[in-house]
Write a protein that binds this ligand. Structure first.
Ligand code: HEC
Length: 111
């Protein structure tokens, strides 16, 4: 018991365990309603100027969404989309996109 408490305190102190429990399923529902038109239902962007989100690191996604919401990062589409997201929405959306598995095929090097 003591060890468990220590482990969770350590995780919280290091910031490796987000304070909020993420719900990837809720993130999926929100993403298909509000994000898929630009970022694709499979997390592969439908717009050339939007980013592929499938398999992206969770901390990266959380930071990007928080930055858009706070106005630290500005984009005419994402600034509008992010302004009504709650902390829980951001955690859930990030968990959903991060849970997608992607594989990468590196092209042969050209001679
Ligand atoms: C109308 C189109 C549109 C919608 C809808 C949209 N996005 Fe975006 N998103 C963009 C564009 C365009 C960018 C690229 C912004 C830039 O260049 O800074 C972007 C960037 C992002 C990024 C940053 C990616 C990176 O690599 O830094 C994240 C994360 C993101 N969107 C998440 C979401 C989520 C989550 C939703 C749904 C709640 C959403 N977006 C809805 C168009 C959209």
């Amino acid at each position: 018991m003591k060890r468990m408490i220590c482990a969770s305190l350590l995780a919280a102190a290091l910031g490796c365990a987000p304070a909020m429990a993420q719900d990837a399923k809720a993130g999926r529902a929100k993403a298909s309603a509000q994000c898929a038109v630009c970022h694709g239902t499979d997390g592969i962007a439908q717009l050339p100027t939007a980013a592929n989100l499938a398999g992206q690191q969770e901390v990266y996604l959380v930071k990007a969404l928080e930055d858009f919401r706070a106005g630290r990062r500005v984009n005419e589409m994402m600034t509008v989309v992010s302004k009504d997201l709650s902390d829980a929405d951001i955690a859930n959306l990030a968990a959903w996109y991060a849970s997608m598995k992607v594989t990468v095929q590196v092209p042969e090097r050209q001679p």
